[in-house]
Design a protein around this ligand. Sequence first.
Ligand SMILES: [Mg+2]
Length: 412
Amino acid sequence: MIIEQAEVIVTSPDRNFVTLKLTTDDGLTGLGDATLNGRELAVVSYLKEHVVPLLLGRDAHRIEDTWQFLYRSAYWRRGPVTMAAVAAVDTALWDIKGKAAGMPVYQLLGGASRTGLLAYGHASGKTTEELFDSIRSYQEQGYRAIRVQTGVPGLKSIYGIASNATFEANTGVRYDYEPAQRGDLPKEEDWDTRSYLRHVPTVFEAVRNEFGPEVPLLHDAHHRLTPVQAAKLGKSLEPYDLFWLEDVTPAENQEALRLVRQHTTTPLAIGEIFNTVWDYQFIIREQLIDYVRSAVTHTGGISHLKKILDYAAQYQIKSGMHGPTDISPVGMAAQMHLSLAVHNFGILEYMKHGQKTDQVFAQSFTWENGMLHPGDKPGLGVELDTDEAGRYPYVRAYLPFNRLADGTVHDW
Ligand SMILES: [Mg+2]
């Protein structure tokens, strides 16, 4: 089973996606997601210029050997661009192996450890009334767990808030959360940590009063706090029993979590911008977190994320994979298969893709009673319609950035 063809397909139906498609000499195809939100073409170049020539003629069955070869032979290891490229190859090879075996990928990973995957959606609102409407609409769509993001008095636009009324008016589709905006420059947002820290506990108090104690609630601080501010937020949210508090401090300083952990029992999730097990080395061993946020797409694929999760399992730390729309349907399928198989699954982030995206990528997962299941088609269960993909060329898009009131650039 020799890799005969490797194509890098860029398409922008509702947003940009990068997909690697491998074809073997016996005609099997495999897909891997290589989408790196806001830096998509860097991965395209890395794949086309440096990885594709290494794949042609290789044995498609040798997933682990190919992973180690791509990781170690480059010498320049890790980083989001490299690891997204390695992830795409790894995922595509799992897809091919599943098709060759006639089994869904989760069967090759040890079989199902559960019947379905609890998923959370993104409720948001500038005001409490808008937020309540948003939570209700997610509950009507079947979501059992809800991430809550809210506007902060005095700030114009902040992370995670549905605010694009123009988009909604033009398309009739609710604009929930798509931070990467098409255009030649990133959008500027504003930020004030003290206002945020004062406001957020009042929002969670209101949500608990309205929706009761049962619903799992999550919140993302998006790397904006210092360790002591994060500790204060975690403490102030304890009465509202969060499922998790995410990315409280900039993720590159993992030692910050020691201080946060000393002061709060609110569960912590981190790692959506991590790339390898090395980023988790001591925060797992010292049990400084409760959930691993890495996505298959950004962390070297199914093979490497499984190793991280197996390591985390020894410390009762669970998965909570990053899954907004910048993870393509291929990447989402890959993490559904992995989530179904590992023992220490926690929760999966799930945002529905747009209609155009669903036409480009034919998918076979199911969504019933707030639970996802990857389906039982051989491989990942996703096929890419290349003609449909060709209708949507790449459009430049950037994630926004933040400035404080005095003009200082802040973490976004
Ligand atoms: Mg996040």
